[in-house]
Design a protein around this ligand. Structure first.
Ligand SMILES: NC(=O)c1ccc[n+]([C@@H]2O[C@H](COP(=O)([O-])OP(=O)(O)OC[C@H]3O[C@@H](n4cnc5c(N)ncnc54)[C@H](O)[C@@H]3O)[C@@H](O)[C@H]2O)c1
Length: 340
């Protein structure tokens, strides 16, 4: 029997590139598509260096129906992992149309193309943002859903589109993976999160401050209802997240049906805890200022990951120290990201 082929959209992005390696290691064939709107072609040579196989890749916009058709033509694609999306919450409030067009346009095109080619197994990159301001912690998958930004709305609408699709055609098998806060990098130091401009997420920002690329970190609020007053989030190592995709694909391809699962560790860490852990890992100080809260930010958010553990046999094993050590190695070896 030949190994199943998995198509990754947004393949050269942060999470997909790590997932690519995990899938290869698990024996899957992988083909990737990306338009490099938020990643670099250099990722492909890095993947080849780590994984030893030349990555099979097509440069294309996932919203382009004929380009995606050409990717499917002549291949037996067993499943798609749809990572491609714009992902910056703040930017989505300024450019909502671009977010709806890209995130929903790409999803619709992926599903329509899959349908034409009789491929009905899909993993969708959803997000903890679909829980909005959670009523109860830890957050279970059956918690109420609400969003606070156009980005979040694209994830929730994406889930709703897929649920309607499944209702209309139960032969679809869909994994709705709700990621919490992905951080860390591959232990080779060759791939990692590579923000183009000012990082949107805390960990890359902290690592740039430790590196001296940015002078100080701004911590938005220290009067939240948390042990030290700073916001608490559930950080998950990107390598664990990558393994979560392998587990989800196995589940779906084994015919067990669709699944909605939180991919988090189930442990919350505050901003100050993360800063201290990063200082330990890097041996550098991370100077910070406490500034006022950002509108829309919540006190705390962490997953109940029980369902993923029981159904997928998956859990986030790497701790905050490992996340910081791996981020720091990536940052040190690539002070300017993939650009050099
Ligand atoms: N990183 C996070 O904090 C986080 C959290 C929850 C969910 N997610 C979701 O996970 C997925 C991957 O996130 P990431 O952090 O790896 O982001 P990323 O920006 O590193 O990767 C996304 C990739 O998709 C590509 N892309 C975007 N639109 C495209 C299009 N129309 N056609 C082809 N390629 C396109 C980009 O060039 C990029 O390489 C996204 O769907 C994101 O919304 C991310």
């Amino acid at each position: 029997m030949t190994n199943p082929t998995i198509l990754l959209t947004g393949a050269t992005g942060y999470i997909a590139s790590h997932t690519w390696l995990a899938l290869q290691a698990a024996g899957f064939n992988v083909i990737g598509v990306d338009n490099f709107s938020n990643s670099s072609p250099e990722v492909l040579s890095r993947l080849e260096r780590i994984g030893t196989l030349r990555p099979e890749f097509v440069q294309a916009d996932v919203c382009d129906a004929s380009a995606l058709d050409a990717v499917f033509a002549g291949r037996r694609i067993a499943a798609v992992v749809h990572f491609a999306a714009h992902k910056a919450v703040g930017e989505s409030t300024v450019r909502p149309l671009a977010y709806y067009a890209n995130n929903l346009g790409s999803l619709l095109n992926v599903c329509q193309t899959m349908q034409r080619h009789c491929c009905k197994t899909l993993v969708f990159s959803s997000s903890a943002t679909v829980y909005g301001k959670p009523e109860r912690l830890p957050i279970r998958e059956d918690a109420a859903l609400a969003t606070t930004s156009p980005y979040g709305a694209t994830k929730l609408m994406g889930e709703n589109i897929l649920r309607d699709l499944e209702k209309a055609d139960p032969t679809w098998a869909i994994g709705y993976l709700r990621y919490f806060n992905p951080v860390g990098a591959h232990e080779s130091g060759l791939i990692g999160e590579d923000p183009r401009d000012t990082p949107n997420n805390l960990m890359p920002y902290v690592s740039q401050v430790a590196m001296g690329k940015r002078a100080r970190l701004q911590i938005f609020g220290n009067d939240y209802d948390t042990p030290d007053g700073t916001g608490v989030r559930d950080y998950i190592h990107v390598l664990d997240l990558a393994d979560g995709h392998v587990a989800a694909l196995r589940y779906l391809l084994d015919g067990k049906g669709s699944i909605t699962a939180n991919l988090g560790r189930g442990r919350g860490h505050s901003v100050l805890e993360l800063v201290r852990a990063f200082e330990r890992a890097s041996g550098c100080s991370v100077p910070f200022d406490i500034v006022s809260r950002r509108p829309g930010d919540i006190d705390a958010c962490y997953a109940d990951p029980t369902l993923a553990r029981l159904a997928l046999g998956w859990q986030g094993l790497r701790d905050l120290d490992a996340m910081c050590v791996d981020t720091w190695r990536w940052q040190r070896l690539n002070p300017n990201g993939m650009a050099g």
